[in-house]
Design a protein around this ligand. Structure first.
Ligand code: NAD
Length: 428
């Protein structure tokens, strides 16, 4: 989403341009990689429950598929813009490349607000989306997944429509399906756990024992909750989390020096990751303004809510105690803030590496679906750990060797891999 003048696609292109320069990429390769290969813009008519017909706008952007079928979620959001979808599809290309899975980058979106739509209306949007896209998506060309405000149920409706149109069973068409209906065990933990696998490796590099660390999180949704679960298991202590308050239309930070008790906090959290203020107070949390999570005196910061949160205007306020930032969210840090973080000497695990656990597990789901043979949860998580750890090590080794900021090192590896694939195919 755009907030104010922020344009995610311009930010994604600025990040790309910087690394293209660093790599001295030729102009043809730059042009192929800085804009999506294909875009679909379409209308989805829906018979509303009140008897009227409403038309929703949908997008699917396929940024690059040189390394394999495109992969990426479909978002439902009232402020969805094609530029956000473009940026996210580009980040998906780098994300798949940095963890070295044979997939490209795609993303989709529909301008709609599920809060105001019945399940019947949402089902029609899902089926309408697939009717528009059925020829251009599928297990061998573009594999969607859930994203902001879409769920396993939405994926199952989309799969059903796709299978009806194609007259065959194609469970590998889409991921994020319910477990038992083609979904993978471990998917709900995958992104948050993946973040912490990289935190664990980063702390090893910094020679810090996780047991001696504290952390502050922005967001308390799927990513943050599972990241907190694993981080706490490693012995770390979370002292602050923030979340969005739907009623007050603002965010709050919840701070408790003795540490967050995850199961307890979950009992007062709604399904959108919103924490109940009054009940949190009863449990001994201090209720602070939403942006306080960023200025806490902790060792680790994990932005796990939304984009453009650490900016030129607030990055200086990060405590000198902070040694590590692991980006659970997509695009939480603006380029001006990167310069400040780098100057402060904070170790950064960039978004498309830190949160790649989700797409890696989606890839595992696709493999399992295509084989129609499903793995045990431990098996999934062990494979995930292996992929995330080797991706982290490759990036941090390059960063050390070439004295690069971690985000740039991750981009160098990802862009080089995709550029090489385009070259090997004879595209450039
Ligand atoms: P979610 O909807 O489950 O949770 C979002 C959380 O952020 C909620 O707790 C919400 O209250 C909070 N929040 C929203 N606005 C806020 C604000 N202004 N200040 C503080 N908190 C705020 O979402 P999620 O699945 O946990 O995803 C979080 C981020 O991670 C997003 O950027 C998403 O794109 C990214 N991501 C998610 C996955 C995944 O597998 N879920 C994978 C890769 C990246």
């Amino acid at each position: 989403m755009s907030s104010g003048d922020f344009n995610a696609f311009e930010m994604a292109q600025a990040q790309f341009d910087k690394v293209a320069e660093l790599l001295n990429l030729d102009n043809g390769t730059r042009e192929v990689l800085r804009i999506p290969l294909r875009e679909y813009h379409f209308s989805i008519p829906v018979h509303m429950d009140d008897g009227t017909t409403e038309v929703f706008r949908g997008f699917r952007v396929q940024h690059n598929d040189a390394k394999g079928p495109c992969k990426g979620g479909i978002r439902f959001h009232p402020q969805e813009t094609v530029d956000t979808v473009r940026a996210l599809s580009m980040w998906m290309t780098w994300k798949c490349a940095v963890v070295n899975i044979p997939l490209g980058g795609g993303k989709g979106g529909v301008i709609c607000d599920p809060h105001n739509l019945s399940m019947n209306e949402q089902q029609q949007i899902c089926r309408g989306y697939v009717r528009q896209m059925a020829k251009n998506v599928g297990p061998i060309n573009d594999v969607p997944a859930p994203d902001v405000m879409t769920s396993a149920q939405h994926m199952l409706w989309m799969l059903d429509e796709y299978e009806v149109i194609h007259g065959s069973k194609n469970p590998g068409f889409i991921t994020g399906k319910p477990v038992g209906m083609g979904g993978s065990l471990g998917r709900k933990e995958a992104t948050g756990y993946g973040v912490i696998y990289t935190v664990r490796e980063a702390l090893k590099e910094l020679k810090i024992d996780p047991k001696d660390t504290t952390a502050s999180f922005q967001g308390f949704g799927n990513v943050a909750q599972h990241a907190i679960e694993l981080y706490t298991q490693l012995g770390g202590k979370v002292i602050c989390v923030s979340s969005w308050d739907q009623e007050d239309q603002t965010s709050y930070s919840f701070k408790r020096e003795t540490g967050v008790d995850l199961p307890e906090l979950l009992t007062i959290t709604n399904k959108f990751g919103g924490i109940d203020k009054a009940k949190a107070k009863e449990l001994g949390y201090e209720i602070l303004p939403g942006d306080e999570w960023l200025v806490q005196e902790v060792d680790i910061l994990v932005p796990a809510a939304l984009e453009n949160q650490i900016r030129g205007d607030n990055a200086e306020k990060i405590s000198p105690k902070v040694k590590l930032i692991a980006e659970g969210a997509n695009g939480p840090t603006a380029p001006e803030a990167d310069a400040i973080i780098e100057k402060k000497g904070i170790f950064l695990v960039p978004d498309f590496l830190a949160n790649a656990g989700g797409v890696t597990c989606s890839y595992f789901e696709q493999v399992q679906s295509n084989m129609n043979y499903f793995w045990e949860k431990d098996d999934v998580l062990n494979r995930l750990d292996l992929k995330m750890t080797s991706a982290f090590l490759a990036v941090s080794e390059l960063a050390k060797k070439k004295n690069l900021y971690m985000r740039d090192a991750a981009y160098v590896i990802a862009i080089q891999r995709v550029a090489q694939a385009c070259k090997d195919r004879g595209w450039v």
